[in-house]
Design a protein around this ligand. Structure first.
Ligand code: GUN
Length: 281
């Protein structure tokens, strides 16, 4: 069966929109997200456009800062310091990846933990590791919401995450562990990856290689979540060989229309939550 992120996403956004309206009525201002992009990477520009559009759709305010590649780091730092101090700004994000030459760690360190709606800060990632989550990285957070819609009890299930990035693989593994799964994380140096993956009740593919997950890596009846967004000949393709794996999986997410739409929705949810937390709403 398909897990359609675009459907779950639309339902969640409708809820967010209602809560945003309540927030504005109570506090006389809208929750506000500031988005910073450096350079002209087309995929990043599309993501940022969709984030801004998501704010408009749910009734939130957004601030959009676009810097050309080559803008001095100090100029972007100044903007981040100002946004950090601005009481009316609830969430701040710097779109990644940054062009070469920028100090990503320094820039991200200027975002206060309370405004880190990407959930990328060491504190937010650490709180998740301790099962005291505050802001959860948007993509893994969206995956958990999609898993919830299956109605399957995750307790004691074997979960395998392929990919160990700080933004997806690691937080994903921690969320599944917090949900009482037995979690294995595989990566490019893993031996017997196919064998490990084929034991998974829940298989998360976050590798960034088109059609990497083939049927031999999938257990009959597994839940397969495809986080991959790869462009092949102008088409979006996931990390899973969907046409064949679909026949084996109990639930599977398509690409496009699966995890992708959930990511921005969870960013909007995180921004609303940050606004409410600040005002104890
Ligand atoms: N680039 C790709 N995904 C993301 C994301 O979730 N947040 C940010 N800031 N940059 C990204």
């Amino acid at each position: 069966m398909l897990i359609l992120g675009k459907v779950v996403s639309a339902d969640t956004r409708a809820e967010i929109k209602k809560e945003v309206a309540r927030f504005e009525e109570k506090y006389g201002r809208k929750p506000c997200l500031a988005v910073i992009i450096v350079g002209e990477d087309p995929a990043s520009q599309t993501y940022v456009r969709n984030k801004i559009a998501g704010c408009a759709e749910t009734g939130m305010r957004s601030l959009h800062y676009e810097y050309a590649d080559g803008t001095p780091q100090s100029e972007i730092e100044k903007t981040l310091v100002d946004l950090a101090a601005d009481e009316t700004v609830d969430g701040i994000l710097v779109q990644l990846p940054l062009p070469k030459g920028y100090d990503e760690r320094k820039l991200l360190s200027l975002i206060p933990d309370e405004k880190d709606v990407d959930g990328f800060s060491p504190t937010n990632l650490g709180l998740l590791a301790m099962n005291r989550p505050r802001t959860i990285s948007c993509t893994p957070f969206g995956v958990m919401k999609m898993l919830e819609t299956t109605g399957v009890d995750l307790k004691g299930k074997n979960a395998v995450v392929i990919g160990r990035s700080n933004t997806v693989g690691k937080p994903m593994a921690m969320l599944l562990l917090n949900a009482d799964c037995t979690v294995t994380v595989c990566h490019s140096k893993t031996k017997n990856l196919a064998e490990i993956a084929s034991k998974a009740d829940v298989l998360i593919a976050a590798i960034g290689k088109p059609k990497f997950v083939t049927t031999d890596m999938v257990k009959d009846g597994a839940i397969v979540i495809d986080v991959g967004i790869n462009r092949v000949d102008g088409k979006l393709v996931g990390d899973v060989d969907f046409e064949n794996v679909e026949k084996k999986a109990s639930f599977i997410t398509p690409v496009p229309g699966g995890v992708g739409p959930m990511t921005i929705t969870m960013l909007l949810a995180n921004t609303l939550q940050a606004a409410k937390a600040k005002l104890k709403a």
